[in-house]
Design a protein around this ligand. Structure first.
Ligand SMILES: Nc1ncnc2c1ncn2[C@@H]1O[C@H](COP(=O)(O)OP(=O)(O)OP(=O)(O)O)[C@@H](O)[C@H]1O
Ligand SMILES: [Mg+2]
Length: 352
């Protein structure tokens, strides 16, 4: 068979049909195809996976083999799989860390030790509040376990990729939004292993064309695991805000979050108490459903600023589910005003 049409391009085009399990993204754009060599009808390359999941590696290898055998001119395929350990973590202050997001003035992580305390709600509304104060703002959902910004910000489209192969964030309500959920298949459950998280988050960060902006808010997955650490190590974070709720158990976890950031030298800008109290929309009466004030107490105890409290309001949840955050749907509500005050505090804390 003629090998006239067999070249790197045709081979890479075939390999682009192979998706990484659980992703809508292909193995070439992930950078897993290395040392590609074409000699006669033989194609050989190395699959440089950062995961040590043998089942995924085998599945990818078989798919590559099948795809390549369908390419005219290919007579044999040699694939070596190298499940390399992830690159050693780059600790704070290391060289290279500042290259990512160099056009973003302040990168602020929104974190919590415990799930469900309102990180995503706070990230979305804080982003909108900063925008209202006149800043250019990006919002990045890095929660690989359950990305929620697509839903909260009402985004139903997928982002485009520009000529430089960078993903363009989707603009919504004046805020640039990027979610790791854009790259994931909704119906395929993903079982993440530490090294995969590391690679995905790293790649994701480097591949987005944010453009010039004042703030990038990063909605973190709950807890203090690999993804959080990767982020804190890969990006020059200006600081982190820790979201908590008034219950003691949430506060204990807030302390854990704080400890993580302190360990990697990321300044903690302060603590936010969410679902702090309920204000009756009719009479304006404040009802402290939970033991209110714990966030302030924890902040004082740990010697970090207290940035403010956000009341509980059913509209927050309803509007969040509907894709129009309360900052957009009810900009004059008590909650929205609280978010604006919070945005002022955050801007002040980073010196914007
Ligand atoms: N101030 C509030 N008033 C009323 N409901 C709220 C408030 N803040 C958050 N919620 C609701 O609480 C639920 C959890 O919020 P959210 O998803 O923002 O938390 P999270 O910390 O990001 O969760 P996860 O850890 O799963 O990522 C959502 O249904 C949200 O709408
Ligand atoms: Mg969330």
């Amino acid at each position: 068979m003629s090998t006239a049409t067999l070249n790197e391009q045709t081979v890479l085009d075939a390999l682009r049909q192979v998706k990484y399990p659980g992703f809508s993204r292909d193995i070439v754009s992930f950078g897993f195809v290395k040392d590609l060599a074409i000699g006669g009808g033989n194609v050989s390359f190395r699959l440089a996976l950062t995961s040590d999941a043998p089942a995924a590696a085998e599945a990818i290898k078989q798919q590559c083999d099948a795809r390549l055998r369908g390419v005219p001119g290919v007579s044999s395929v040699t694939i070596s799989v190298q499940a390399a350990p992830p690159q050693a973590p780059v600790m704070s202050g290391a060289v290279g860390r500042k290259d990512i997001l160099k056009d973003t003035r302040f990168v602020v992580a929104v974190a919590s030790g415990k799930g469900g305390v309102g990180k995503s709600t706070v990230s979305a509304n804080l982003a909108l509040a900063l925008k209202k104060l006149g800043y250019e703002v990006g919002l990045m959902d890095s929660d690989i376990y359950g990305p929620s910004q697509q839903m909260m910000m009402g985004i139903t489209t997928k982002p485009f990729v520009n000529e430089e192969e960078k993903i363009l964030p989707i603009e919504r309500f004046g805020v640039r939004v990027m979610s790791i959920g854009f790259l994931m298949d909704v119906d395929t459950p993903v079982i993440w292993r530490g090294p995969m998280i590391f690679k995905a988050v790293e790649q994701f960060l480097g591949d987005v064309a944010w453009g010039k902006q004042d703030f990038l808010l990063v909605d973190l997955p709950p807890g203090t695991g690999d993804a959080q650490l990767t982020l804190t190590q890969k990006v020059a974070l200006s600081g982190a805000v820790i979201v908590t709720t008034p219950q003691d158990v949430a506060l204990i976890d807030a302390r854990k979050g704080l400890a993580m950031f302190l360990k990697v030298n990321v300044p903690v800008l302060g603590i936010i108490e969410n679902m702090s109290y309920y204000e009756c929309p009719k009479c304006g009466n404040r009802d402290e459903i939970f033991k209110h004030g714990g966030g302030k107490k924890t902040a004082d105890l740990l010697g970090v600023p207290f940035l403010g409290e956000i009341p509980i309001d059913p509209r927050v949840a309803i509007q969040g589910d509907a894709g129009t955050p309360i900052m957009v749907s009810d900009p004059d509500s008590t909650v929205s005003k609280a978010f604006l005050r919070l945005a002022e505090q955050v801007a002040k804390a980073v010196g914007a």
